[in-house]
Ligand binder design. Structure first.
Ligand code: ADP
Ligand code: ZN
Length: 609
């Protein structure tokens, strides 16, 4: 069978995505490959398709038990014989699986790296016909990466021990130069065909918002998107508990995950999320490695994470099925300080020399700064992130909160002058609040005590709203017209540039047009099934979801393994009437058609006039 036929028959797709074909062809030509593709790009198919076409067995080395289970589940659903070998199996189960493998029952075997060189596994591997070894999450072999796993260093040794060298495929979503070099060297790849696809995730909508009340914003989102599954990331365990509890109190089926919970609770909560029993997961960044749930429709960051790398990885867990999804970051200026604290604590725990520690600290602080820029920039958010990863695109994506917000230049010269004068008049002794209160002319005991009630600036901006004064002061500080000190009691000071506000050129500040920004933020959000389908089809989509859930419960697999959201949506739009038409639905291969065709067709018929 040809690769296109395999794609259709087993996976139900008509076309390959960027990079897939090149990698598949190389593997079929027995050339080593190294695929560097972002999460959700479709790395698995790059080795699964050739695995079905090569004569022998494909071994897939993977570090994560949950991921293996998921992949094997998906393959079995597609009618491919696959198994996994890891510590989640009992000794008896493990031996039985190896026996079946020895009899050649499996086309693909997922194995944990630490098993490779065990006597039992080697005995099997040395007599088996192994055509390909695939290394998933290949960056784990690199000591530069955050996820270094010593057991990955044994992979090359294992491959050398085999009687005939199989073709080797490596995949990762990490693209830094050091990691790339390490992977090629440590896995001993032979002139690999390297394919790096763009890091842009076109189906993700990015939004940054600075709400007064973060929880209220989360509730508003969940109320507007009641059927969606998603993750809410918080920085601290305490916040996870708090947010989760408050959501539950409001009737949201939320669950939680952080490193302070027992293993048993973590496992249960994770399953509840995967199986859509609790579609909303509130978690620290401990959650998500190896989570392959394809129908995650939103990732909300309740706090700003410590760097863009983490943000992109966590946000990237949304929309792996290629359907629209939302990535929303709720920013508050305190998040910066909280991260600073965490970064300092992190480096303290490690056994670095003073010099190393200083270097790491500096690097982490620079990364944090970039992350904070992301939260306050007026530029295209997608472009900002891609540039951070060294990819240059247009600076307008039309699909992020900044691109959809209309900005205007407002003349803030008068306000700026008043602020600078007030800072001068305060003899640079006070913080933003005192300056603002003075300019507003607040009747407070504090201003009487510190003398600012008598300042010539007192009440000079009584007609300007407080938020605007603060906004302009922030703008002046961002652009060096004033300096807000870093102390525990931050004070506003003058700079060399302060006098420029009295010059001939106007002081112009970019700000969101007020009304527009609001409606676009909530109304034009991508990622809502309801918006993509006419109302009638949406009713059918909901019914199909229910059927999928019933089947998933009966078969004890996560719903997205039965059919992805994308398949269901395509079904509700195409309304297939028979098996042939059903096979035309995105993601429906022969096996799934045989297994579920009848049930879904019957339901669709009931809904079609
Ligand atoms: P990665 O491992 O790169 O993060 P996956 O291999 O899990 O991504 O693939 C992400 C999703 O994209 C899966 O649901 C997969 O079935 C789907 N997919 C992969 N290749 C294609 C394709 N050629 N056409 C349509 N969907 C695809
Ligand atoms: Zn944009």
């Amino acid at each position: 069978m040809e690769k296109k036929e395999i794609l259709k028959k087993y996976f139900g797709y008509d076309t390959f995505r960027e990079g897939q074909e090149e990698l598949i062809d190389a593997l079929l030509g027995k050339k080593d490959v190294f695929g560097i593709m972002p999460t959700g790009a479709g790395k698995s198919l790059c080795y699964q398709v050739p695995a079905l076409m090569l004569d022998g067995i494909t071994l897939v080395v993977s570090p994560l038990i949950s991921l293996m289970k998921d992949q094997v589940g998906t393959l079995n659903q597609a009618g491919v014989h696959a198994a996994y070998l890891n510590s989640s199996l009992s000794a008896g189960q493990y031996r039985r699986a190896l026996e079946l493998a020895g009899e050649g029952r499996y086309k693909m075997i997922y194995v944990a790296p630490e098993r490779l060189l065990t006597e039992e596994f080697l005995r099997f591997a040395l007599q088996a016909d192994i055509s390909m070894v695939t290394v998933d999450e290949a960056h784990c072999v690199s000591q530069w990466g955050q996820d270094f796993r010593p057991s990955y260093l044994k992979i090359a040794e294992f491959i050398r021990a085999l009687p005939a060298r199989p073709v080797v495929a490596a995949f990762t979503a990490t693209a830094t130069r050091e990691v790339k070099e390490d992977v090629v060297a440590a896995l001993d790849l032979q002139n690999p065909v390297m394919v790096t696809t763009g890091f842009d995730r076109k189906n993700l909508f990015y939004k940054v918002s600075t709400p007064k009340d973060k929880f209220a914003e989360v509730m508003a989102y969940l109320t507007e998107h009641p059927t969606e599954s998603g993750i809410i990331y918080c920085l601290a365990r305490k916040t996870v508990e708090e947010v989760c509890e408050r959501l539950r109190a409001r009737g949201i089926a939320a669950t939680r995950y952080h490193a302070g919970l027992s293993d048993a609770e973590r496992r249960k909560n994770q399953d509840d999320f995967l199986y859509d029993v609790s579609p909303v997961m509130v978690a620290t960044n401990a959650f998500g490695m190896g989570i392959d749930k394809s129908n995650v429709r939103f990732v909300i960051h309740y706090n700003m994470p410590k760097n863009i790398e983490s943000y992109y990885q966590e946000a990237g867990r949304a929309g792996r099925d290629g359907e629209e999804a939302n990535c929303i970051l709720l920013y508050a200026p305190q998040d910066v300080r909280l991260n600073q604290f965490l970064i300092e604590r992190e480096t303290e725990n490690d056994t670095f020399t003073g010099e190393e520690r200083a270097l790491i600290l500096e690097r982490d602080k620079e990364r944090l700064k970039q992350m904070a820029y992301y939260c306050v920039t007026n530029e295209c958010l997608r472009d900002f992130v891609l540039r951070y990863f060294g990819e240059y695109t247009t600076n307008y994506c039309g699909k992020c909160s900044n691109c959809l917000t209309e900005f205007e230049d407002i003349d803030v010269t008068e306000t700026a002058r008043a602020i600078v004068e007030c800072v001068k008049d305060s003899r640079q002794r006070f913080g933003m609040t005192v300056i603002t209160d003075t300019l507003r002319g607040s009747q407070s005991a504090k201003l009487r005590q510190n003398g600012m009630a008598l300042s010539k600036c007192f009440g000079r901006l009584s007609a300007v709203p407080v938020y605007r004064i603060r906004q302009v002061m922030q703008f002046l500080s961002n652009n060096g017209y004033v300096l807000v000190t870093d102390d525990s009691y931050p004070v506003v000071k003058l700079t060399e540039k302060s006098a420029e506000v009295f010059g001939d050129t106007l002081v112009l500040m970019k700000a969101a047009k007020e009304q527009k920004a609001k409606t676009q933020a909530s109304g034009r959000n991508a990622g809502n099934a309801k918006e993509a389908l006419p109302d009638t089809d949406y009713g059918l989509f909901e019914e199909l979801r229910k059927l999928r859930l019933e089947i998933a419960r009966a078969e004890q697999v996560p719903p997205y393994i039965v059919f992805s959201d994308k398949s269901l949506r395509d079904m509700s739009a195409k309304k297939p009437r028979n098996r042939t038409e059903f096979l035309g639905v995105n993601g429906v291969g022969e096996n799934k058609c045989r297994r579920y065709g009848e049930q879904f067709l019957a339901l669709i018929q009931k809904y079609t006039p």
